[in-house]
Design a protein. Structure first.
Length: 483
C-alpha cells in the first residue's frame, strides 16, 4: 500500500475507543472507523456476491457417478448460508476483514474431478474430510509454522502476485479480457474484449467504472470503491432497460419480479464421510483429498497474508495477528461447506475490496455476513449487481496491493527470482497456489545451488517437496495406476 493511502487509512491522533464494540474489534486502535468498516463490508459483499450465482452453476452443471445433479435453488441457499455463518465467525473469532465462501477452483475439482467417481454425498464427504484434516494441521501448529517459516520478501511477493491476480480476475470477469478461441490458430492466449476490440454496453460500464473508481481514489473520496459499485449498477440498470444488450454474463442488471424468495435448506447434512472408499480405490481417495488440502492450504495462506499486509496488520516479523484462530476458522469453513453441499468454503481474496475501502477489523465481516444472510431471502434483489459494475473494484485494489513490490530487494537474485515467479505465475496460471508453489520450489533450489541450503527452514523443504508432487500429480497417478 502506498504511503499516501496509509496516511488516509491511518489518520494521526485517532481518538480512543468509545464503545464496547470499538474495544472488542479494536476499530480505533487499528486506525479505522465504524463508517469505514461498514463501507468495507458492503464493498466486499458486492465484489464476491457473484459466488451466489457461479457456485450453483458450477456444481449444478455436473453429474455424479450415478447421473444425479444438485438442485440450483438448494445450492444457492447452501452457498449463502455457509458464506454468512463462516464470515461472521471469522469476524468475531479472527477479527480480520476476511470474508469466506465456496472456493472457486475447489468447487470445480469437486464437480468435475471427484463427483464423476462417486455420489454427491460421497464427494461432499471428502470435502468434510479435507476440512477436518486442515483443522488437525492447525491444532498441531503445523499450518501456522509453515506460514511463519516463509521469508518476508516472499510474503510480499505473494501479496503483489495476488494483486495482479485479482486485477486480472476483474478484467476477465468484466469481459475486458477474454481467451482467444482455440480455432483462431494463434499463439496469443488472451485478447482485448471478445473479438480483439471493445464492444457492447457491458464493457462500457466496466470502463466507466474503472475511470470512476481511480478518479475517486485519486481524490481520496471516502467510500470510493462502494460509490463506484453503486453508481455503475444504477447505470447498468438504466442501460439494460433502454438498450438491446445480448448478454451481461452471469448477472443481468434488471429489477427482479419479486424481492423475497424462500430459502430451501434441502442439501444441508447430505454427505457421507467415508462413502468414497467404497466407490473407488484408497489411493484415489488419498490423492483427491491431498489435492483439495494443498489447494485450500496455500490459497488461504496467500489470501490471509495478502489481506493482512494490505490492511497493514502484519507485525514487525511479518506475522498475522491471531493467525491460529484465523486458520482454524478457515478449516472449519471447509467442513461447513462440505456438510452443506456447497463445496469447500475458504477465505476470499475479494476481501481486498473491503480493505481498499477502509476495513481493518472483523466488524466489516458482520456487515458482509449480514448481507449474505439477507441473500437467503433477498437473492433476487442483491444479485442485480453485474460483474461489470463490481470488477473495477478488483482492478483498483490490485493496484493498491501492487505497491508492496517496492519492498522486495531485486538486486538479490536468491530472493528476486522466487519473488518474480510467485508474482508472475499467479495471474498467468489463474491460481494463487501455483504461484506460491513456483516461488517455494525456486527459493529452495537457488539456496541449494548457492550452497546455503541450511538457511532454508525445514518446513519450506517439506512444503516444496509437496509442491513437486502437486505439479507432477498426473505422471504420479499414471505410475500408481490411478489413471
Amino acid at each position: 500500500m502506498s504511503e499516501t493511502q496509509q496516511a488516509v487509512d491511518r489518520p494521526e491522533g485517532t481518538p480512543p475507543p468509545v464503545s464496547s464494540v470499538d474495544r472488542f474489534f479494536k476499530i480505533s486502535e487499528r486506525g479505522s472507523t465504524l463508517g469505514r468498516e461498514i463501507r468495507g463490508g458492503f464493498a466486499t459483499f458486492f465484489t464476491m456476491a457473484y459466488i451466489l450465482v457461479l457456485n450453483p452453476i458450477i456444481l449444478g452443471s455436473a453429474k455424479d457417478k450415478f447421473g444425479e445433479t444438485l438442485d440450483p435453488v438448494q445450492l444457492t441457499t447452501a452457498t449463502a448460508l455457509v458464506a454468512a455463518v463462516m464470515t461472521i465467525i471469522m469476524g468475531v473469532g479472527g477479527n480480520l476483514p476476511l470474508a469466506l465462501a465456496a472456493g472457486l477452483g475447489l468447487n470445480a475439482v469437486v464437480a468435475f474431478q471427484i463427483a464423476p467417481l462417486m455420489s454427491w454425498d460421497d464427494a461432499m464427504g471428502l470435502v468434510v474430510l479435507e476440512g477436518l484434516l486442515i483443522c488437525v494441521l492447525v491444532v498441531t501448529g503445523l499450518r501456522e509454522a509453515v506460514m511463519h517459516a516463509i521469508p518476508q520478501p516472499l510474503k510480499q511477493a505473494i501479496s503483489v502476485g495476488i494483486g495482479l491476480f485479482i486485477a486480472f480476475i476483474g478484467f476477465v470477469d468484466a469481459g475486458f479480457v477474454s481467451r482467444v478461441p482455440d480455432a483462431a490458430n494463434t499463439t496469443v492466449p488472451v485478447q482485448l474484449g471478445g473479438t480483439g476490440s471493445l464492444t457492447g454496453w457491458p464493457i462500457l460500464v466496466f470502463c466507466l467504472g474503472v475511470l470512476l473508481t481511480i478518479g475517486l481514489l485519486a481524490r481520496k473520496v471516502k467510500g470510493a470503491i462502494l460509490i463506484s459499485i453503486v453508481v455503475m449498477t444504477l447505470v447498468a440498470l438504466v442501460i439494460n432497460s433502454l438498450a438491446d444488450v445480448k448478454s451481461w454474463g452471469l448477472t443481468t442488471p434488471e429489477w427482479p419480479e419479486k424481492l423475497v424468495d424462500t430459502p430451501d435448506f434441502g442439501l444441508l447434512g447430505q454427505f457421507s464421510l467415508f462413502g468414497a472408499f467404497s466407490e473407488t480405490t484408497v489411493i484415489t481417495v488419498v490423492l483427491l483429498v491431498f489435492t483439495l488440502v494443498l489447494s485450500d492450504f496455500f490459497d488461504t495462506m496467500g489470501t490471509v497474508v495478502g489481506i493482512s499486509a494490505e490492511a497493514n496488520l502484519l507485525d514487525e516479523e511479518g506475522k498475522v495477528p491471531g493467525l491460529g484462530r484465523v486458520l482454524l476458522i478457515d478449516g472449519a469453513a471447509a467442513v461447513a461447506g462440505g456438510a452443506a453441499s456447497a463445496s469447500s468454503a475458504t477465505s476470499y481474496i475479494e476481501s481486498a475490496a473491503g480493505v481498499g475501502e477502509g476495513s481493518r477489523t472483523g466488524f466489516s465481516n458482520l456487515v458482509t455476513g449480514g448481507l449474505f444472510t439477507l441473500a437467503l431471502f433477498l437473492t433476487p434483489l442483491l444479485t442485480i449487481v453485474p460483474l461489470q459494475a463490481a470488477a473495477p473494484a478488483l482492478v483498483a485494489v490490485g493496484f493498491l496491493m501492487m505497491t508492496q513490490v517496492k519492498h522486495i530487494d531485486w538486486d538479490r537474485y536468491e530472493i528476486a527470482i522466487p519473488a518474480f515467479l510467485t508474482i508472475a505465475v499467479m495471474p498467468f496460471t489463474y491460481s494463487i497456489t501455483n504461484g506460491i508453489g513456483a516461488g517455494f520450489v525456486a527459493y529452495v533450489v537457488i539456496k541449494a545451488v548457492l550452497g546455503r541450503a541450511k538457511e532454508v527452514h525445514w518446513l519450506l523443504w517439506g512444503t516444496s517437496a509437496l509442491f513437486l508432487v502437486y505439479f507432477a500429480i498426473d505422471p504420479i497417478e499414471q505410475i500408481l495406476g490411478v489413471k
